[in-house]
Ligand binder design. Structure first.
Ligand SMILES: [Zn+2]
Length: 339
């Protein structure tokens, strides 16, 4: 039987919620009921915590088998430690990672591993924390789509990617407060729609253009929501790299690469979390079954009914071996653990 391991799923430990409510200014967290919170940036509501299963590990442990899953690799995404004042980011990364590690220790069957959070704003502390978190059971890094308004591909953060490649810890690229927030509001659209998906697309492709996949062969990007728009825009991403290298002012920071850029895009991994068969098929055509993995976005509202395993099972163009890889085999391979 294929193991079903969810890698796009979130837990906000209660002690972290208290810190968020008290200290996080962007976005703000408001307690609106028992186990209910609202995430708000300016006057835009951009996220919800709807129940105890998102906060309480004991409740979560009961919920996982009911989702038809064997295990979840848990993470605390937006906002991560990087959204705090720099002076608070180090204690915050440790708080999140300690809590997630303790949950994994308590429930090793259903929550065997976690993705660590990093300060980012303090690069040296991030490098140390990455190693500490790995020692506590972290198998990857929850990578925000921007570092509080700065590109993740800013040269200051490059040592984080270099070390992660050496340690074999993939980056799971997840939305933060989107850089295109204003554009969403001009169009009257919720940020979850294009803001989140474009932000992860831009963050990842920024790293690709700067040559990170070429320079660091051990580096793995796993991009939430079926890669934002990466599979669909693969040709344009590759073509723009070639056609605007001479004239675009930002191109001075691009690395010169001779291989077609699509060769690097084929090394990126994508979850099923757009829940639309043709989109998932598009990702499959780019990376094959070995580049796909299961993600629910549970318990966030955007994840729909979180039936990721059923969704993968229902795709008629996947054979049984491929489904087994996507359900859990690929993740155990790239994150180097077994259940
Ligand atoms: Zn998510």
């Amino acid at each position: 039987m294929a193991k079903k391991i969810d890698v796009h799923t979130h837990l906000y430990p209660r002690s972290y919620m208290e810190v968020l409510v008290k200290h996080c200014k962007s976005p703000k967290f408001l307690k609106v009921g028992d186990n209910k919170y609202r995430m708000q940036e300016g006057d835009t509501i951009m996220g919800h915590i709807d129940g105890a299963e998102e906060i309480d590990p004991d409740v979560r442990a009961q919920a996982i088998p009911k989702l038809g899953l064997d295990a979840q690799v848990i993470s605390t995404p937006l906002p991560g430690a990087e959204r705090f004042e720099k002076s608070m980011t180090v204690e915050t990364q440790e708080l999140i990672n300690n809590e997630l590690a303790a949950t994994c220790k308590k429930y090793p069957k259903v929550m065997p591993r976690f993705l660590c959070s990093l300060s980012w704003k303090d690069v040296d502390a991030s490098l140390k924390e990455m190693k500490r978190a790995k020692g506590m059971g972290a198998v990857g890094i929850l990578c925000p789509s921007n570092v509080h308004g700065r590109a993740i591909s800013d040269p200051e953060f490059e040592p984080i990617f270099k070390q992660a490649a050496e340690l074999g810890m993939p980056f799971v690229v997840h939305p933060s407060v989107p850089l295109t927030a204003e554009a969403q509001n001009i169009n009257g659209l919720p940020w979850q729609l294009f803001g989140f998906t474009f932000d992860t697309t831009m963050a990842t492709i920024g790293c690709v253009y700067k040559g990170y996949i070429e320079k660091y062969p051990g580096l793995t990007f796993m991009v939430c929501h079926t890669g934002g728009t990466i599979p669909f825009l693969a040709f344009r991403i590759s073509n723009s790299y070639k056609k605007y290298a001479e004239t675009y002012k930002g191109a001075k920071d691009w690395m010169k690469m001779d291989k077609p850029l699509t060769e690097y895009l084929k090394k990126i991994m994508f979850d099923n979390c757009q829940y639309w068969g043709p989109s998932f098929r598009c990702a499959y055509e780019l990376v094959g079954a070995e580049g796909l993995y299961l993600g629910t976005d549970y318990p966030h509202r955007a994840g729909g009914d979180w039936g990721a395993a059923g969704f993968i099972e229902a795709q008629p163009w996947l054979n049984d071996k491929e489904k087994e890889m996507i359900m859990g085999g690929n993740v155990m391979r790239v994150m180097n653990f077994k259940i």
